[in-house]
Design a protein around this ligand. Structure first.
Ligand code: ZN
Length: 197
């Protein structure tokens, strides 16, 4: 499979999950871009990802498992921020968006993976965000809420709302959408509950 098939599976997911449909319309200006693949240690874990999805999310998991080698895997954080173990077991790529494999200025769609037993500390960003758990699960934290999200569950974060995430015995594969102001920004670590504006 190719990243085009992953994009098609993401588009299909858009029609199946009301939370995704309500977050933003599917972009109308998508254009394929030439983006060289870049490998990260975690991508083999995505190729072998065995946590089940739901009927809605499984087609995207299946497409990703076979297309991961074509993706430009990225890490936002440094070893000083999150440690070497975290970087060996985490990665994401921008499927579509301002700098993604498919270009659009309307919405940003990431595929992001975290291995088991990781603590993703408090961070925030300007863009509003919708997490969709494709498979696996994790504890999602905000100042107001701590809950375990599993395949098919979604979580909305408002602009600059600090959030954190911890995986347990399972890894997690997510589809993350950004909308609105700050679409081209990056998340910043350390915006914890005490220092967040
Ligand atoms: Zn976020």
């Amino acid at each position: 499979m190719s990243l085009s098939q992953a994009l098609q599976a993401a588009c299909d997911l858009h029609t199946k999950l009301p939370a995704v449909r309500d977050f933003a319309p599917w972009p109308s200006d998508l254009q394929p871009a030439v983006l060289e693949p870049a490998a990260l240690p975690a991508q083999s874990q995505v190729a072998e990802f065995e946590q089940p999805g739901t009927a809605a999310t499984q087609p995207l998991i299946d497409a990703l498992r076979t297309a991961v080698g074509q993706a430009r895997w990225t890490q936002t954080y440094t070893e000083a921020e999150v440690g070497a173990h975290f970087l060996q077991n985490y990665g994401y790529f921008e499927l579509f968006g301002p700098t993604g494999h498919f270009r659009t200025t309307q919405l940003r769609g990431y595929i992001a993976y975290w291995g088991a037993g990781l603590k993703y500390d408090w961070h925030s960003h300007e863009a509003e965000e919708l997490y969709v758990v494709l498979g696996g699960g994790a504890q999602f934290l905000t100042a107001e809420n701590e809950s375990w999200l599993a395949a098919g569950d979604t979580r909305l974060h408002s602009g600059w709302q600090p959030h954190a995430m911890n995986t347990g015995a399972q890894p997690i594969l997510t589809y993350v959408l950004w909308r609105g102001a700050g679409l081209e920004g990056l998340p910043l670590m350390g915006s914890n509950r005490e220092t967040a504006a």
